[in-house]
Design a protein around this ligand. Structure first.
Ligand code: COA
Length: 259
């Protein structure tokens, strides 16, 4: 598909989605949200795509937030609708994607940009990346899931401080807090992210999908453990588990079919 605000490419079964509004630091306007939704649909539906990377154009910004110029016309109802539409059509769809989606954060990840990275299955960041939820500076709060996903990653106190102060943190601090999995030099960001995904591609795809489902279904109660048991059982209905177990016993490399 051709997009106005995204660049896309497919390399070794990895779909690279690059948000491309460099003059506005890749801010998420309506058009970007709609096109991101369509690009994520491609991830779900195109069998050639085994995983995806979301990144931003240039070396300055991943995404500097929702597009602030669209905010003046909003009221209570249209504000809620904007958040709901974004969450349902993009952020939740990324989080629940059956195929891995990794954020390669190449600069500012602010507001909706930070939330976009948080919705991905995990984050790799360049050494110049900066994270923040500065919505309080505008009289706002995060609306694309930031108050919820951040708590899960960094805990309640840190999330409170991060969102209430609106301060930006450096990539290395984000790594220490558990927001970012790995910080790498800017010129290695995409290669390192692709390398991780190639490793995941060598595993059984249905097992990877079940890992995503179980981890997303994390729950302090018995319900989370019950869900994992059910998904563990389902693995034994796949051809890939037979291949994986037999090849271990026969000391050869597995070839998984995603069946
Ligand atoms: N929405 C719309 N436009 C944005 C934007 C956003 N979230 N973030 C940056 N831009 C635009 C700027 O308006 C500017 O456009 P212009 O050249 O037409 O005036 C362009 O991107 C470059 O940004 P600029 O502010 O000049 O760059 P900078 O290096 O001085 O500052 C930031 C970079 C990221 C610190 C600053 O742009 C910023 O604070 N952005 C808003 C972050 C934010 O509050 N995000 C949460 C929104 S809810």
């Amino acid at each position: 598909m051709n997009y106005q605000t995204l660049l896309t490419s497919l390399e070794n079964n990895i779909f690279i989605i690059t948000i491309n509004r460099p003059d506005k630091l890749n801010a998420l306007n309506k058009n970007v949200i709609e096109e991101l939704s369509a690009a994520i649909d491609e991830v779900y539906n195109n069998a050639e795509i085994k995983s995806a990377i979301i990144t931003g154009t240039g070396e300055k910004a991943f995404v500097a937030g929702a597009d602030i110029s669209e905010f003046l016309q909003l009221d209570k109802n249209s504000g809620e609708s904007l958040a709901r539409k974004g969450q349902q059509t993009v952020f939740d769809k990324i989080e629940n994607s059956p195929k891995p989606i990794i954020a390669a954060v190449n600069g500012f990840a602010l507001g909706g940009g930070c939330e976009l990275a948080l919705a991905c299955h995990f984050i790799i960041a360049s050494d110049n990346a900066k994270f923040g939820q500065p919505e309080v500076n505008l009289g706002l709060i995060p609306g694309y899931g930031g108050t919820q996903r951040l708590v899960q990653l960094v805990g309640k106190s840190r999330a409170m401080q991060f969102i209430m102060t609106g301060e930006m943190i450096k990539a290395e601090d984000a790594e220490q807090y558990g927001i970012v999995n790995k910080v790498v030099p800017q010129n290695k960001l995409l290669d390192e992210t692709k390398e991780i995904l190639q490793k995941i591609h060598s595993k059984a795809p249905l097992a990877i999908t079940k890992v995503i489902e179980c981890v997303n279904n994390f729950d302090h109660t018995q319900q989370g453990y019950d869900f994992e048991m059910k998904k563990f059982g389902e693995c034994f209905a796949t051809e890939d588990v037979k291949e994986g177990v037999n090849t271990f016993l026969e000391k050869r490399k597995p070839v998984f079919k995603g069946k």
